[in-house]
Design a protein around this ligand. Structure first.
Ligand SMILES: O=C(O)CCC(=O)C(=O)O
Ligand SMILES: [Fe+2]
Length: 213
């Protein structure tokens, strides 16, 4: 085997292959149990601990250096994560993300070089109006990633569904996705408009972006 192919030698991961197939076909993918219930529980605790320390800020429209708060557009509060300071709560999260990113880079030549993630908490009554993630003048965002950290037994009536606006042969189709714990949604940042419907119960998540150079 020559050096190039040796580098590409790795085990096929069926869950990741499904994500890739779905992304190529539909522009989005939904994975159930991407994170185990223990991992979700740990990350939820991490989020809630940091929230208790008042570390969360009102989310902004614009990138993280450009904080114009527009409540009529989004009402979540967020905290950017710092991988270099990841603690025992966050370590398994970044491990899994890096594993996925390596796989995507090896199999799809996506060239993901950067990533950014934040915790998000949507208090009761808040929402995030229809938008596209690259409106925040960050064209490097390739894939958007959301994982839900709500408690087991989250009900559809709690609201806060993510709606993806898809194009099916020139017709707009809505894909409704409930924020069930452990569920991960990945979609093409530059293509898919989406919104978070008003929540009736506090809604917890981590949102992030896989970015090219
Ligand atoms: O939490 C979600 O389901 C999506 C959040 C979102 O669209 C964003 O933060 O840009
Ligand atoms: Fe978004």
């Amino acid at each position: 085997m020559n050096a190039l192919f040796k580098n590409l030698d790795f085990n096929t991961n069926t869950a990741y292959e499904k994500i890739i197939d779905n992304l190529l076909q539909d522009g989005y993918s939904i994975s159930e149990n991407f994170f185990s219930s223990t991992e979700v529980e740990t990350l939820r605790q991490s989020l809630l601990n940091k929230h208790k320390e008042n570390a969360f800020k009102k989310a902004a429209i614009g990138n993280k250096f450009d904080e114009i708060i527009v409540k009529s557009i989004r009402g979540d509060i967020i905290l950017w994560m710092d991988e270099t300071k990841a603690d025992v709560f966050e370590f398994p999260f970044f491990n899994k993300i890096n594993h996925l990113v390596n796989y995507l880079n090896k199999t799809c030549f996506l060239g993901i070089l950067h990533k950014e993630f934040h915790y998000a908490l949507y208090p009761k009554g808040t929402f995030y109006k229809r938008h596209i993630d690259t409106f925040q003048n960050d064209g490097r965002r390739k894939l958007s990633f959301v994982c839900y950290l709500n408690e087991d037994g989250w009900l559809e009536e709690n609201g806060g569904e993510l709606v993806l606006y898809l194009d099916k042969n020139g017709q707009e189709v809505e894909k409704i996705i409930y924020p069930f714990p452990g569920r991960v949604v990945i979609f093409e940042s530059q293509k898919i408009e989406h919104e978070v419907k008003p929540v009736k119960t506090e809604r917890l998540s981590i949102t992030g972006w896989l970015k090219t150079r």
